[in-house]
Write a protein that binds this ligand. Structure first.
Ligand SMILES: C[S@@+](CC[C@H](N)C(=O)[O-])C[C@H]1O[C@@H](n2cnc3c(N)ncnc32)[C@H](O)[C@@H]1O
Length: 248
């Protein structure tokens, strides 16, 4: 096969769905996120500290005129916490089961400024006012690293210059030769009550089947995708990272 480089074959104008090489985001959304039983008990298992997150963003200028995008919104803990504060919140998720739960919660609430969109990081198309605050918690790790960079670059296109990205995920801040010890310690924290806690099997599944990466790989990716990281916070066990970044 003859390889040619520097071709000018331009694909930028084609709809992403027509690209045969595009990742199937639903297939990589995480087994549990497509499972109705898991989704029904998600809020009992996981408290994302959404009110604290909203307060943090208020300190960075979030207010009544802000447009907010929640990517990988899940059951909408953050979406529903931010809705009373902002002008518009778009809650995007690729899992139909999560979207259904989210829509039920939005309908049961009094908030009429929430839009639920069935799409992924790689297919969501934003319209209307540019995004002032983008939020994503525990979702980006569902994409392999190449696709994380594409997700971040796409996201940047929807955001105003100076807009804030709050990213919180399972991101490893240890060195490669520490991995076995750190991962094993984390998996050992798994509880037995799967209805209200993350089990060891679920944590093992996360490491084995999902795409959490190292902080020292993700951070250059964030910056190369058009953001400046302003704040970094690593958990003591080296498993979680939280960022505040600004769109350049
Ligand atoms: C662990 S849940 C987190 C939900 C919520 N952000 C929270 O903090 O509670 C991960 C969510 O990301 C969604 N997800 C996975 N891959 C995605 C993708 N490529 N695009 C958008 N959402 C995705 C899943 O369907 C799931 O709802």
């Amino acid at each position: 096969m003859q390889l040619e480089f520097c071709q000018s074959d331009h694909v930028g104008d084609r709809a992403p769905q027509s690209l045969g090489w595009l990742l199937d985001e639903r297939a990589s959304a995480g087994r549990e996120n497509l499972d109705a039983v898991h989704v029904s008990r998600y809020d009992a298992k996981e408290d994302g500290g959404a009110l604290g997150e909203v307060r943090l963003l208020q300190g960075l200028g979030l207010g009544a005129r802000s447009t907010v995008l929640d990517l990988g919104a899940g059951t909408g803990q953050f979406t529903l916490a931010v809705a009373p504060i902002c002008s518009r919140v778009v809650a995007v998720d690729v899992s139909p089961v999560m979207q259904e739960r989210l829509r039920e919660k939005v309908e049961a609430s009094s908030h009429r400024n929430v839009e639920c969109v069935s799409a992924g990081f790689l297919t969501y198309e934003h319209s209307g006012e540019p995004v002032d605050f983008a939020y994503s918690r525990y979702a980006l790790h569902h994409l392999p690293d190449f696709w994380k960079s594409q997700a971040l670059a796409r996201l940047g296109r929807f955001m105003r210059p100076g807009a804030v990205l709050r990213l919180w995920d399972v991101v490893y801040s240890f060195q490669p030769d520490e991995a076995e010890e750190r991962i094993e310690s984390w998996c050992a924290t798994g509880g037995t009550g799967i209805e209200t806690d993350w089990s060891r099997a679920e944590l093992e599944e996360h490491v084995r089947d999902e795409h959490s990466t190292f902080t020292w790989l993700l951070e250059p990716m964030i910056e190369r995708s058009g953001f400046r990281i302003e704040d970094t916070d690593y958990s003591r066990d080296g498993i979680f990272a939280r960022y505040v970044a600004r769109r350049l």
